[in-house]
Design a protein around this ligand. Structure first.
Ligand SMILES: Cc1cc2nc3c(=O)[nH]c(=O)nc-3n(C[C@H](O)[C@H](O)[C@H](O)COP(=O)(O)OP(=O)(O)OC[C@H]3O[C@@H](n4cnc5c(N)ncnc54)[C@H](O)[C@@H]3O)c2cc1C
Length: 459
């Protein structure tokens, strides 16, 4: 029976197939238009031959089984590094999203891998639960977030990956593996942070806690004073971070603590756009007059910023970042944090590096996940940003060697220039991951060029 193009599109839609062809007659016919992909910052882009968003696990397994070329999973495209780009198949779990279950006894929940973190807070709250800690934004999918060890701040809190108690993986053969500490423990061990290189994560089971409220207080203070006082600040606050303002003497400090105080009035919506635009304007005006620049920034930042909020934890943890940028972040032994950030600030000033985004300086608890940036050590995470319209190469090239000096490991989702040679020395259990990856995906179906360089896979 001959199908019209409209009928073909309808049937392909029912199968959850999007984009350009290669899987089946239907999908191929439905996909004459190639849809380019790019990440949040616009720094990564590709033209996949096939884009597919399966409707359920059975359809997803069929896609994986039937595909011979590369498959890369994509979440919300919020990684800056080249984890996702492929000219093969780009697979999204956008049709597999939402809460599957929550258990008030074990304080655990299960979500579909394609669930955006922003869509997890409300259903968890209804079940009386909450995430232990959260990242700075909540646009990521949960599968994407755990794949790069996405983290928030607080020396007693690990990354999202460290809260995973089980997950379901569709492997290169299309087989489904449920893994946790008891079932396939060797796979579970490495799959908690896997860069999409072991297979497609369809479900994630998380350790949560009882729902709670947070009090967030933001203030401005001299950066050096904050660094001197850091041991006390991180001891006395559940979550603490600073954002030193480049070319100035001041930083934003954010202390976030559990509270039973009542909710404050909801804050006006909006993100950090106005603040970042003002920093950009000062940078443009005074860039070649460092003393004027510092004086303007010190005055402006002290006047502009300050906040005091009590709300449900998930509303306080996450912020809106509406000024796009590219980012490099390294994770260093916690005790090296102050010295490293001082050196970065000094380098930026001495070389008059052209960037105006604040630094981020956060704490993360160590874990035992082979590919986690936090493996085996309590950590400080320091990141530098560059406006998406400005070239980041020179700026990041000046800063990256400072991170290396302090034995930093780059955040998997952010920009870096390392490859297998360096990673094999930075990660004590590197080979544990490589062995499981090679066993699950011997032909490298889930590898793109970037991951081949990361894992040292040449064939
Ligand atoms: C504005 C902004 C703020 C950020 N803030 C933070 C922060 O506070 N803390 C932090 O640690 N990071 C932060 N990041 C980085 C971000 O959290 C990570 O890069 C995260 O991995 C992005 O998730 P995603 O859903 O967009 O996944 P993507 O970027 O689309 O993919 C990331 C990785 O996950 C894999 N993947 C996605 N879905 C699946 C799946 N179903 N199965 C298997 N693999 C999969 C992909 O193949 C890829 O390797 C930020 C990024 C941006 C743009």
């Amino acid at each position: 029976m001959a199908l019209t193009r409209r009928e073909v599109m309808k049937q392909a839609g029912a199968l959850g197939l999007l984009g350009a062809g290669g899987l089946s007659g239907l999908a191929r016919a439905a996909s004459e238009r190639i849809i380019p992909w790019r990440n949040w910052s616009g720094g990564q882009a590709c033209i996949p031959a096939v884009r597919v968003a399966p409707a359920d696990e059975a359809a997803l397994a069929e896609v994986v089984r039937g595909t011979r070329d590369t498959i890369r999973a994509v979440g919300s495209g919020h990684s800056f590094s080249a984890l996702v780009p492929t000219d093969g198949t780009l697979l999204s779990l956008s049709n597999m999203s939402g809460m599957i279950s929550a258990d008030a006894q074990t304080l655990q929940s299960e979500f579909w891998g394609g669930t955006r973190v922003a869509d997890m807070g409300e259903p968890l709250l209804k079940a009386g639960l909450a995430m232990l800690n959260m990242a700075d934004i909540d646009y990521q999918t949960i599968a994407g977030a755990i794949s790069t060890s996405t983290h928030g701040t607080g020396p007693k809190f690990g990354s999202y990956s460290s809260t995973v108690v089980g997950l379901r993986l569709v492997t290169a053969t299309g087989d489904i593996i449920d893994c946790d500490a008891k079932n396939h423990p060797e796979i579970f061990n490495v799959a908690r942070t896997s860069l999409g290189a072991l297979g497609i994560i369809t479900r994630v089971r998380l350790q949560n806690r009882k729902a709670f409220r947070l009090h967030e207080k933001i203030w401005v203070q001299n950066t050096e004073e904050l660094l001197e006082d850091m041991p006390r600040l991180i001891k006395e606050n559940d979550h603490f971070e600073i954002n030193p303002i480049l070319h100035s003497d001041v930083a934003l400090a954010t202390a976030t603590n559990e509270t039973t105080d009542p909710h404050t009035k909801p804050q006006q919506g909006g993100g950090d756009g106005d603040g970042v635009s003002a920093l950009m304007a000062i940078n443009t005006y005074a860039r070649n007059h460092p003393q004027v620049q510092a004086a303007l920034l010190n005055t402006f930042v002290k006047r502009m910023i300050g906040s005091d909020v009590v709300d449900d934890s998930f509303r306080v943890f996450s912020h809106v970042r509406d000024q796009r940028f590219n980012e490099m972040e390294y994770e260093l032994p916690a005790e090296a944090g102050p010295a490293c950030v001082r050196e970065i600030l000094k380098t930026v000033r001495e070389q008059n590096l052209n960037s105006f985004f604040p630094l981020e300086y956060r704490y993360v608890k160590g874990d035992d996940i082979p590919l986690s940036m936090f493996n085996g050590r309590d950590t400080v995470a320091i990141s530098v940003h560059q406006d998406y319209r400005l070239d980041f190469h020179n700026f990041f090239a000046q800063i990256e060697p400072i991170f290396w000096k302090y034995e930093g490991r780059p955040h998997w989702g952010k920009l870096h220039t390392l490859n297998h040679n360096q990673f094999s020395k930075l990660y004590p259990h590197w080979k544990d991951f490589l062995d499981v990856r090679a066993a699950l995906d011997p032909t490298g179906k889930f590898l793109n060029g970037h991951l081949r360089s990361v894992f040292g896979v040449t064939c």
